[in-house]
Write a protein of this length. Structure first.
Ligand SMILES: [Zn+2]
Length: 487
């Protein structure tokens, strides 16, 4: 291969720098191959072999139950990898890995082996320890965190769960309880009684969960204390105020918008009728729906015990006089984009759209957000055509959202189909497209086939989706196209 002349490289570099600001920065986002079902394929196989249940009990019944619970956890984790719950974006991974290494290196006596770190794509502000040296941190937490120290505290807390073998202990406790005479007796009593079996059965499990949550509370404060030790050893500042901030973690959709809804749509010449923002009748959304996910095994950084207790318990250990290092804006923004894309693929269109409007409020001119706004409106139209518009919106209960969010959600529900189609056409002709990459334009064509292109059947959509994936093999947008293909 002929070497590229130096001046040419410089020119290329200059061009890249010049075009960097006005162009969408999607090229920096992860590739399709970095989604967990592909990226961790090899690890998945080796984990299956490595995670064999240790022999802990002489009693065969208890050991059998223990193995059952153990294997349940393994398959939970392997399924999550297969479902692309995780992503290995190099930039985010290096940033988080740098912090994790700093903690691990200074605490070799507690952590002889480096922990395995996973980036979970969930928007909820959380992190969790799976045991067996595995720690996962959610994109939601990365977006929420303000400083490197807050992330360090989160990682140290999760590492502490692993050091203190909390996952192992709770699996053992469960196995022992489910094979105990006490449990068997209560179960037999229930089966013997003719009446109220269900109520009594419920009671047993209530006792069980009460017992568990009580232990869990102890475990959380143990993990906090251990985390403080790990951070001190690594000379990382500990700021207990993070616990107080975590208390407001669920309030992100309470943040009001800076402008009326229609202003966000006017740059695309899309007119929003005020009437769409107001509920006409008691629609489906008056039912209590909640998009907040409940992930099994997910350790909560915020619930047990509550944040104020955690703050009070740890405030004496606060590091004084040390400046906190802000999370680089690039990292926050990238994690935010990855999260928005994930919410889009999971068809949570309303929260996804709200996040975009919040980015616009922060002053972002990145056309990638325009592109995503386009995708949301076209997908809403597509869902409407397939008669599942309501499900695609991902309606949230009133108490979790701001007035603006409620209006936006109502608008997505009520915008008449013909008006939605009109706005989709406006989005497809908007000016920002000149700044978009080939894969983004290809996704535009795919959405066009799925929606506006008159007279198309399901078959045409699948064909277009296949075409997209074969032309854009490494694009993260393949995830969306794959879902269409599977239909
Ligand atoms: Zn915890």
């Amino acid at each position: 291969m002929r070497p590229i002349p130096k001046c040419f490289t410089l020119l290329l570099l200059l061009l890249t720098v010049l075009s960097h600001n006005s162009r969408s920065q999607t090229n920096d986002l992860y590739s399709y191959q970095e989604l967990s079902h592909l990226y961790y394929q090899k690890q998945k196989d080796s984990l299956k072999k490595e995670w064999t249940c240790p022999a802990r009990y002489k009693d065969k019944t208890v050991q059998k139950k223990y193995k059952e619970i153990w294997d349940e956890r393994t398959s939970f984790f392997l399924d999550a990898i297969e479902d692309d719950d995780y992503v290995h974006d190099k930039e985010l991974y290096d940033y988080l890995g740098g912090i994790a290494n700093e903690i691990a290196k200074a605490n070799k006596s507690y952590m002889p082996v480096q922990p395995m770190l996973f980036i979970d794509r969930s928007p909820s502000v959380n992190a969790y320890a799976i045991g067996n040296n595995v720690v996962a941190i959610n994109l939601g937490l990365l977006v929420f965190a303000r400083s490197r120290e807050e992330i360090a505290l989160t990682l140290a807390h999760e590492m502490s769960h692993n050091i203190l073998e909390h996952a192992e202990n709770s699996m053992r406790k469960r196995a022992e309880w489910l094979t105990s005479d006490e449990y068997k007796q209560s179960l037999e009593d229930v089966l013997d009684s003719r009446y109220e079996r269900l109520t009594r059965l419920k009671k047993i499990f209530e006792n069980y969960s009460f017992d568990r949550s009580k232990h869990q509370r102890y475990r959380e404060s143990d993990a906090d204390s251990m985390a403080i030790i790990l951070l001190k050893n690594a000379h990382l500042a500990f700021d207990p105020a993070f616990f107080l901030r975590l208390d407001s973690a669920d309030m992100v959709y309470h943040e009001p918008l800076k402008q009326p809804i229609k202003n966000y749509f006017s740059p695309y010449s899309v007119t929003i009728d005020d009437a769409w923002l107001k509920k006409r009748s008691k629609g489906l959304s008056t039912k209590s729906y909640n998009f907040q996910e409940s992930v099994a095994l997910q350790d909560s950084m915020k619930t047990h015990p509550d944040c104020i207790v955690r703050y009070n318990n740890t405030k004496a250990a606060a590091t004084t006089g040390q400046q906190l290092t802000p999370v680089p804006e690039r990292i926050r923004e990238k994690a935010g984009k990855m999260m928005i894309w994930n919410m889009y693929c999971n068809m949570h269109l309303a929260p996804c759209l709200y996040r975009i409007l919040l980015e616009k409020d922060r002053g972002s001119n990145d056309p990638w957000y325009d592109f995503m706004l386009h995708n949301i409106m076209l997908e809403l139209f597509h869902a409407d055509k397939e008669l599942h518009r309501f499900a695609a919106i991902g309606v949230t209960q009133k108490e979790y959202i701001s007035k603006n969010y409620y209006e936006l959600q109502t608008m997505l529900e009520q915008i008449p189909r013909e008006e939605l189609e009109k706005s989709c056409k406006q989005f497809q002709n908007a000016a920002f497209w000149s700044n978009m990459s080939a894969s983004e334009k290809d996704l535009k064509s795919l959405l066009n086939v799925l929606t506006i292109d008159a007279g198309t059947t399901g078959g045409a959509g699948v064909k277009a989706a296949k075409e997209f994936t074969s032309n854009n093999k490494s694009s993260l947008y393949c995830e969306f196209a794959n879902d269409i293909e599977k239909k």
